[in-house]
Design a protein around this ligand. Structure first.
Ligand SMILES: NC(=O)c1ccc[n+]([C@@H]2O[C@H](COP(=O)([O-])OP(=O)(O)OC[C@H]3O[C@@H](n4cnc5c(N)ncnc54)[C@H](OP(=O)(O)O)[C@@H]3O)[C@@H](O)[C@H]2O)c1
Length: 374
């Protein structure tokens, strides 16, 4: 997936698509260490988009610098649903590719020149297999897992040793599988680009993957998260998780003014803008002096009138954030370990139920992350 693909997101109902699981063999295998074949899902073209088809494929082999990972869990991001529905357009075909960028598992074999890992290590794939540190290159941005590079919805994957990080000790594989996209994006937006401080008010839009990580991280820092949702029961849950206030963006079109009130009129110092067209201008309207907005998503579509004079007046900063590098992932993991942070998982599906995980995301009836156990 390229940035252009992401910008071209358009809405369509999952009902238009049929998701079929084809078991290409009789019974479910348990992926024995020495089996010649493994199971994995692949995208197959279907009417108006793709369907997930389970295949039995030859077991991959690790090259000299490569690592074989027994994937134990994966998680979904909005991008994965967009890809299934072909929302990024026909310029790029996902046919035959393995879905899902995010996964964690156990190293089961390493190539002869591998130095970073050994069998038994607990690892997660980084979102861009080739973005190690610093600013991204075009090549790095073309190495997104589950898009241009192979995805994680497979019993076993093979990857270059540079494309993995160790996962925090206190996390399960299911928890660690939520980190590579949503976790790193929220962390980069708040800490690296936003330079969040404990006295900051933080605006989080909706209760999906990125925003809930924003809530968890800012709360762990002692900052003051304010979160929105279309559903009151999710707002109640967010209060239990450390939000200092909430607003329902569906029942109150002026949710941003409610958020400003919650900050005592100060405004918000940090914004993770995942809403895009319908949220960016409102977030800007309540940005505190010297505030920062991370431009992350387009849940309501992309494109917005940017009041440059207002940005200048309040000395605001905006950053485009596209996940992050391995270095960012490792910095986030250090913070997660230091604060014993646990991601919020809404529901865990079994490997054979992967299509149902996509359906739950489409329904919107979830909070935080949706996970698949392999
Ligand atoms: N730039 C990057 O690196 C990056 C990384 C990750 C994601 N993204 C983008 O960021 C966005 C969020 O991704 P995600 O994976 O966190 O999504 P997600 O987990 O699917 O979250 C969806 C939730 O967002 C809320 N929402 C939907 N429409 C909204 C709107 N118009 N205004 C405010 N909230 C809205 C809803 O929460 P409630 O049910 O609480 O209302 C919905 O359940 C997507 O556009 C995605 O493509 C970008």
């Amino acid at each position: 997936m390229t940035r252009q693909h992401d910008m071209r997101s358009r809405k369509s109902a999952l009902a238009r698509f049929i998701i079929v699981v084809t078991l290409a063999f009789g019974t479910a295998s348990s992926c024995a260490q020495d089996a010649d074949t493994i199971r994995q899902y692949q995208f197959e073209p279907a009417s108006g988009g793709y369907q997930l088809v389970m295949k039995e494929v030859p077991r991959p082999v690790a090259g000299d610098n490569e690592v074989l990972v027994r994937v134990r869990a994966t998680s979904l991001n909005r991008r994965d649903l967009n890809m299934l529905k072909n929302d990024y357009g026909d310029d790029f075909s996902y046919a035959g590719s393995i879905p899902l960028s995010d996964g964690a598992g156990e190293v089961i074999a390493v190539g002869k020149d591998v130095t970073r890992f050994k069998a038994g290590d607990r690892v997660a794939g980084i979102f861009f297999e080739k973005w190690i540190d610093g600013a991204p290159s075009e090549e790095a941005l073309q190495s997104d897992r589950g898009g241009n590079a192979g995805g994680m919805l497979s019993e076993v994957i093979v990857t270059h040793e540079d494309g993995l990080v160790e996962i925090p000790e206190h996390l399960s594989y299911e928890e660690a599988a939520t980190l590579p996209c949503a976790g790193v994006t929220a962390w980069v937006g708040l800490f690296k680009r936003g330079r969040i401080e404990p006295d900051h008010y933080v605006l989080l839009e909706g209760t999906g993957g990125v925003s809930v990580f924003g809530l968890i991280f800012s709360s762990a820092l002692g900052a003051k998260p304010i979160i929105t949702s279309s559903r009151d029961h999710k707002l109640a849950r967010a209060m239990d998780m450390g939000a200092i206030g909430t607003a329902n963006y569906r029942s109150n079109p002026d949710w941003h003014l409610e958020a400003k009130d919650l900050s005592g009129g100060h405004g918000v110092d940090q914004v993770l803008d995942v809403g895009g067209r319908d949220t960016l201008a409102k977030a800007l309207e309540i940005l505190a002096y010297g505030g920062h907005i991370a431009l992350i998503g387009g849940l309501s579509g992309y494109g917005s009138e940017i009041p440059t004079d207002a940005l200048m007046w309040i000395n605001a900063t905006t950053s485009g954030v596209y996940v992050g590098s391995r270095e960012d992932f490792e910095a986030m993991n250090a913070f997660i370990s230091e604060h014993a942070i646990r991601p919020l998982i809404d529901r865990v599906f079994e490997f054979e139920e992967a299509p149902a995980a996509y359906e739950l995301m489409e329904s919107g009836d979830f909070m935080g992350k949706i996970v698949i156990r392999h």
